[in-house]
Design a binder for this molecule. Structure first.
Ligand SMILES: [Zn+2]
Ligand SMILES: [Zn+2]
Length: 280
């Protein structure tokens, strides 16, 4: 990939990636520093670090080591990000983030914890619902699995995540399609309604390219949903959802090319929970 640094209007274009993970979560590769070094190598302006939130709601400190860090590791995570940001100042802007689970009824509790740290942004993602992780293949292997109901439930949770007001970015909003199990009903009306809820909530949406690495083989969300959101003025940011430095900026050119084509002129970036729009 050889993206051009100067856009057609002659303005300096930015390269940003706001969704990255590292080994701390137990299922990603490499350190945060390795991610930052790779970002510098790619000529990026900003790198957002956004590892998975701990299960703050669980009574155990580290209930699921393969999914996310221990609760007690969260302060270390933030401290390490701060140190790296200082160390690499002048070479790249390191932004401090977290990919938070959206769990109904628990977000007030989570928000109180996040407020204790100098985070630049919080991605809100629905991972767990109806008893499984969104990307767990077991879900779809259950007898009499209600595929359509699962899609509808997921999208309704995305609506709730938008409405809860605790996040800056909504993560992979149609990830329920990830394993490519087809839904038999039209979701058009539901997506129209969802796009309106997201627009009213004033939250940004990431174009998450990890779907390209899954069975569905397309972005989260799909291009038609991106267009729906754009018509309502929803701001976008970019997230490769990299689980290793080699996945950084995955399909950046494809995403930004499409965004420019449909008339998107700016990309959302975040500092101390404030959204800053930069020319795309
Ligand atoms: Zn992950
Ligand atoms: Zn996620």
């Amino acid at each position: 990939m050889e993206p051009s640094k100067v856009d057609p209007r002659g303005e300096q274009a930015v390269f940003v990636d706001y969704h990255t993970h590292h080994e701390r979560c137990g299922h990603a590769q490499g350190s945060m520093e390795a991610m930052i070094k790779a970002a510098i190598e790619l000529g990026m302006d900003q790198i957002g670090l956004s590892d998975h939130s701990p299960f703050f709601c669980d009574e155990n400190d580290h209930p699921n080591p393969g999914m996310t860090m221990a609760k007690s590791d969260f302060p270390n995570y933030v401290q390490e990000m701060i140190e790296l940001r200082n160390e690499y100042k002048g070479r790249i802007d390191v932004r401090l983030g977290v990919e938070s689970d959206y769990l109904p009824g628990l977000m007030e509790q989570y928000a109180l914890i996040y407020a204790q740290y100098p985070l630049d942004y919080i991605i809100g993602s629905v991972h767990y619902f109806r008893g499984y992780h969104v990307f767990a293949s077991e879900r779809w292997r259950q007898e009499n699995v209600d595929v359509d109901g699962t899609y509808v439930d997921y999208i309704r949770l995305i609506q709730d995540a938008a409405r809860c007001g605790k996040f800056d970015i909504l993560g992979h909003i149609d990830a329920v399609k990830g394993l490519n199990v087809p839904c038999s009903i039209s979701l058009d009306t539901l997506w129209d309604e969802t796009a309106q809820i997201i627009a009213d909530a004033g939250i940004a949406v990431e174009i998450n390219t990890s779907g390209l690495r899954k069975k569905c083989g397309s972005w989260f969300p799909s291009a038609d949903i991106v267009q729906r959101l754009h018509r309502l003025g929803v701001p976008f940011t970019f997230g490769s959802d990299a689980h290793g430095p080699d996945q950084l900026l995955h399909d950046w050119s494809g995403v930004t090319g499409f965004l420019k084509e449909i008339g998107v002129k700016e990309i959302a970036t975040f500092k101390r929970r404030e959204r800053i729009m930069l020319p795309l």
